[in-house]
Design a protein around this ligand. Structure first.
Ligand code: NAG
Ligand code: NAG
Ligand code: ZN
Length: 481
């Protein structure tokens, strides 16, 4: 057993010795090859990770106990738009506290969920500080600032300020077992992390969380560089080159939303536009980002938000300011673009957890169990579910405009043989409420249609021919149907 498990690792290490090593000692992140004897970024146990963070440097940063207090203080101060919960415990039994922010934080809604994770690496503490500032900013500006209000009302935002509190206390990269958590996830190419018994509790907590919450997108925060990194993080043969996932375009777009909204990330001399494909920068294996996309349908970015891993605490307010619009715009882009809708069974009228797929893109996004809601960045889409005939549609999307699109699928007659997943929120699914929600969508369509019709009639004389040209030839100038 052990031999077949380890073979890929040996092969990898061998290959690694011959491939060029990354020059950056980065965050996401490889260790400096000069530090770990040339094993590159793959070794699970960090061979040498000397604590170099002095008490002086740590001054001004919240300790874990202070962070915990701040999280609970936030929870009571902003209790009507937040909920505090824990997704598990670290090796040294510190709770992994999460703040959920939403106008209905204790309820499930047919809305996209987003997660921010900070302090994945113990010696990269900027994320945990910035995330607390984000939470507080949203709370302070809800119903005052339109962007804050938009986010609170349309997204369920989950913030885990510290994924690796033990590493923070130890002032090193890995967790208390000195394992790099961003190498501990099951990998698509190599099986070294497949043994559940060796999985770290922090990793397990994230994996369970992702399976439970139906996140649409997410980002983890790191330090040591200034760039928005997107999948894939690794290549099959460990070669260092651009290796895009099926949703490459969408990821580039997401990463650009972040870098372009940042104070100066997009001005990077090292990374064009301030974004990079992970494997192009340097391949890593067992990372959290690729696992999220593959197993959670969650579009995750890895954000390097400060050149220095552990800057002086006095710089934190400036770093937060530099990242504020990026974080807010990334969240807003979830609502302001893409296709959102629900999938229903025609016979029962109940929401079903089918999946949607964009023609030509080899990846599926599944709908939520409770409401059958899906949130997909861009179109055309096909809704499908085993036991139902698939339905497809064609829509043209305007940039920065979201489209709402529900599907009602007809059973194809094979459904008796399969057990439909039970809706775990029965009380919310009484038919009255269900059709009420659906009816409101119908009204929205009718309203949009009549609006379009009126516009058309109004401009018919002058613009008829031009409008037609637009509809047919210009992909940017769309008509939503
Ligand atoms: C939260 O509290 C504020 C201030 O009391 C109130 O204006 C607002 O409507 C509340 N929001 C929600 C979602 O309950
Ligand atoms: C961005 O600004 C920071 C702070 O002023 C500076 O240290 C960093 O070098 C700048 N980076 C780029 C890519 O311009
Ligand atoms: Zn990192």
């Amino acid at each position: 057993m052990a031999i077949s498990r380890l073979q890929p690792l040996f092969l990898l290490l061998l290959l690694r010795a011959f491939t060029s090593l990354p020059t950056q000692a980065a965050a996401r992140g490889g260790q400096d090859p000069s530090e770990d004897g040339g094993h590159g970024s793959f070794s699970r146990n960090l061979l040498e990770d000397k604590p170099r963070i002095t008490e002086e440097m740590a001054r001004g940063y919240m300790s874990n106990a202070e962070l915990e207090t701040a999280i609970h203080a936030f929870g009571s101060r902003c209790s009507n738009i937040s909920r505090v919960y824990s997704i598990g415990k670290s090796v040294n039994h510190f709770p992994l506290w999460v703040i959920e922010i939403s106008d209905k934080p204790r309820e499930r809604e047919a809305e996209p969920a987003f997660k921010f994770i900070g302090n994945v690496h113990g010696d990269e503490p900027v994320g945990r500080e910035v995330l607390m500032r984000l939470a507080n900013w949203l709370c302070d500006n809800y119903l005052k600032d339109p962007l804050a209000t938009l986010i609170v009302e349309n997204i369920h935002l989950h913030i885990l300020p510290a994924m690796n509190p033990d590493g923070f206390t130890l002032r090193w990269r890995g967790n208390a077992n000195n394992i790099d958590l961003n190498r501990d996830f099951p990998d698509q190419f190599f099986s070294v992390n497949n043994d559940v018994n060796h999985r770290q509790p922090e990793t397990k907590a994230i994996m369970d969380w992702v399976k439970q919450e139906h996140f649409t997108a997410s980002a983890s925060l790191h330090g040591g560089a200034l760039v928005a990194n997107y999948p894939w993080d690794g290549t099959r043969d460990t070669g260092k080159r651009y290796y895009g996932c099926p949703d490459d375009k969408i990821f580039k777009h997401m990463a650009s939303v972040y870098s372009q909204s940042h104070y100066n990330m997009s001005l990077s001399k090292e990374f064009e536009g301030g974004i990079t494909n992970g494997a192009f920068w340097y391949p890593i294996y067992g990372g959290m980002q690729d696992w999220n996309y593959i197993h959670g349908g969650c579009f995750e970015l890895t954000l390097e938000i400060s050149d220095t891993k552990w800057p002086k605490a006095a710089e934190l307010p400036v770093i937060w300011e530099h990242n504020r619009m990026s974080m807010l715009n990334l969240l807003a882009s979830l609502i302001k673009s893409g296709v959102h809708g629900r999938i229903f069974a025609a016979d029962t009228g109940r929401p079903i957890p089918g999946s949607v797929m964009i023609m030509g893109i080899d990846s599926k996004v599944s709908a939520g169990r409770t409401f059958g809601d899906y949130h997909r960045i861009v179109a055309p889409v096909v809704a499908s579910m085993r036991g139902f005939r698939s339905k497809s549609t064609r829509i043209v999307l305007e940039q920065d405009q979201a489209v709402s699109l529900d599907f009602i699928l007809d059973p194809d007659g094979t459904r008796e043989q399969m057990k439909l997943p039970q809706n775990d929120w029965g009380c919310h699914c009484n038919n009255h409420k269900l059709f009420h929600i659906h009816e409101s969508h119908l009204w929205m369509y009718l309203l949009t249609m009549s609006l379009l019709l009126t516009l058309y009639v109004l401009f018919k004389r002058k613009m008829a021919s031009r409008l037609l040209t637009y509809r047919i030839y210009s992909p940017r100038r769309p008509v939503a149907v």
